[in-house]
Design a protein around this ligand. Structure first.
Ligand SMILES: *[C@@H]1O[C@H](CO)[C@@H](O)[C@H](O)[C@H]1NC(C)=O
Ligand SMILES: *[C@@H]1O[C@H](CO)[C@@H](O)[C@H](O)[C@H]1NC(C)=O
Ligand SMILES: *[C@@H]1O[C@H](CO)[C@@H](O)[C@H](O)[C@H]1NC(C)=O
Length: 323
């Protein structure tokens, strides 16, 4: 895993609900194999596209991720993950990505803002994933950016990552190890506890689920992407797609909608506000590489102030618990 072992701060929770009041229902044929059910709720159009985008949401009226991002593209982005020297051979696949994404697409994950924004969000999310699971440092074959999803867990954990400060809220289970696991690695009991509540799995007692099940690993990463760390702050998703209006404070702190602010939310002062440090550059490089491979082009990533967080003031300080 990457060198960053303090990715997540205390978790906040934001539950998005879609309220349905049925009026007219109509069927619109889209692809031959897909049916979009459309209805109007309080004057707004909402849709259901079956398993991949379910539950009548405005987001499900747009194309779904699998319309825009297919198996061959996933294979392209993560081309080295099953090479013999990789560390999670056979673990990650497209199906687990899409299965996990189906939970969050009705909430806007990869379904917000039209095709270009949708492609960019997929590239941005996967940019985080690729950078955090890469074993490409110093390799020659394929270049350093071709090695995303090489890991699914920290290889030689130096500790069990049990923080006693959270012993009432998120008590460590006897024998459980809370080392880094996942698509955007989770470390520490309090993070496993909070993510577990978010994805409704008992990760505090079973942190190993994340290294045993790629769907859960992706789901955990998507939950983190879609959920603010603290109340009143944007989620990475909201900051990326522009569903967030920066306050005056944000503007003074150089926090603007875009990829840079997603790094600020996910990693705070470990990555941001430190100038052009390697771990930040590595995240950006993965995002740009994926934009290119997906045919969007890295120029769509925007100017430096949007793309980086080199000069941003972090939203949250890193947790004190990691002595
Ligand atoms: C759906 O896509 C259109 C562009 O095709 C975009 O204008 C619209 O905002 C998208 N819907 C949502 C809910 O983001
Ligand atoms: C992984 O977890 C998902 C979600 O709980 C479950 O549906 C699936 O069966 C699991 N896969 C395996 C191989 O256990
Ligand atoms: C603005 O930022 C300052 C310093 O970071 C902080 O103390 C203050 O609470 C913030 N104000 C608001 C309204 O968020």
């Amino acid at each position: 895993m990457g060198t960053c072992n303090r990715g997540f701060v205390q978790m906040g929770f934001a539950i998005s609900m879609i309220i349905i009041a049925i009026s007219g229902v109509s069927l619109v044929g889209a692809d031959s194999d897909k049916e979009i059910v459309v209805k109007t709720v309080k004057g707004h159009k909402v849709c259901d596209q079956g398993w991949e985008c379910k539950g009548f949401s405005k987001y499900c009226c747009n194309q779904t991720i699998s319309d825009l991002f297919q198996t061959y593209q996933f294979e392209n982005l993560f081309s080295k993950r099953n090479s013999p020297v990789a560390h999670a051979v056979g673990f990650w696949d497209y199906k687990s990505f899409i299965t996990a994404a189906a939970i969050y697409q009705p909430l806007g994950f990869g379904t917000t803002g039209g095709k270009l924004m949708q492609m960019k969000e997929i590239a941005a999310f996967l940019g985080h994933v690729g950078s955090k699971t890469s074993c490409g440092d110093g390799v020659v074959t394929g270049g350093p950016l071709a090695w995303g999803l090489c890991f699914n867990k920290e290889m030689s954990p130096s500790q069990g990552y049990c923080d006693e400060y959270y012993k009432y809220e998120y008590p460590c289970a006897p024998g459980a190890q809370y080392y880094g696991r996942g698509a955007i690695p989770i470390y520490w009991n309090y993070n496993y506890g909070a993510v577990g509540e978010g994805i409704k799995e008992d990760l505090l007692n079973h942190p190993e689920y994340i290294e045993q099940n790629a769907t859960l690993a992706f789901q955990a990463a998507m939950w983190r992407w879609m959920t603010p760390i603290k109340k009143g702050q944007p989620s990475a998703h909201e900051a990326f797609v522009g569903d967030w209006k920066p306050t005056k404070n944000d503007t003074l702190s150089k926090r603007v909608p875009g990829f840079g602010t997603t790094m600020n939310i996910m990693y705070g002062d470990i990555i941001c506000g430190q100038g052009y440090i390697d771990p930040m550059n590595n995240l950006i490089s993965h995002y740009q590489y994926y934009l290119d491979l997906m045919g969007v082009g890295r120029e769509e990533a925007g100017p430096n102030e949007v793309l980086t967080c080199a000069e941003q003031v972090p939203f949250n300080p890193s947790p004190k618990s990691t002595s």
